[in-house]
Design a protein. Structure first.
Length: 223
């Protein structure tokens, strides 16, 4: 089922055989694409909606690592890493994704050097995203961690200027997980910022009237 896929915006250049082999998967919020430790069985390309990549740490605590949306390739790290998924990925919204069996990608990689190079770029991008995430939280106070996170998530929607207004659909639990802090701490910070007019927070939603004000909390100047 490939009719619903717009290949012009797809981040990988695929062969006609792979395009024909793609199937459409539709997931409801809370539904898992795959779980940490599972054998890598499928590669996904997110067409619409958002997912979160998360893992369970050794102490049993769940940690949200990344939010991944349209045009992101999911499952490549598990495939390249030896067939074990290092994280779980769960739908946050209603998600539509193209998917392929990992075995099909393995067969194609044997004779398609361009696809192999592009998948390596996907894996390198994921490593860069994780490095950026840890840079955001290493040794920083919670307020700056949260501001950096909101700024980074805002820019996932495209290049934005200082006067841009942004709405992010996020639970405070997800923000707390990604900032390595607690929900009460996130709530207190957002309340303080709301009183200063920096954000407008409501259940599952944060509106940033002017992005430059959040950027200023991180020492970044936006045009």
């Amino acid at each position: 089922m490939t009719a619903a896929i717009c290949w012009d915006v797809f981040p990988l250049e695929l062969s006609l055989d792979l395009k024909r082999a793609a199937t459409i998967r539709r997931l409801d919020p809370g539904q898992d694409l795959f779980l940490q430790g599972d054998k890598s069985g499928e590669i996904f390309a997110i067409l619409s909606g958002r997912t979160k990549a998360w893992r369970v740490k050794e102490d049993g605590v769940l940690c949200t690592m990344l939010l991944l949306g349209p045009s992101e390739i999911i499952g490549a790290v598990g495939m390249m890493q030896g067939a074990i998924n290092p994280v779980s990925v769960t739908a946050l919204d209603k998600v539509t994704a193209a998917c392929w069996p990992v075995t099909l990608f393995h067969e194609t990689l044997r004779h398609d050097n361009d696809l192999a190079n592009l998948l390596l770029q996907v894996v390198a991008r994921r490593a860069e995203q994780m490095t950026d995430r840890f840079d955001d939280v290493a040794g920083l106070p919670v307020e700056e961690r949260l501001a950096r996170l909101l700024l980074r998530l805002s820019f996932q929607n495209g290049r934005l200027g200082g006067d841009s207004s942004v709405v992010l659909k996020l639970r405070q639990q997800d923000l707390a997980d990604m900032c390595f802090t607690t929900v009460p701490t996130v709530s207190r910070t957002l309340t303080s910022w709301e009183q200063s007019g920096i954000v407008v927070a409501s259940r599952g939603r944060i509106r940033i009237p002017r992005l430059a004000r959040v950027a200023a909390l991180t020492g970044v100047e936006l045009d």
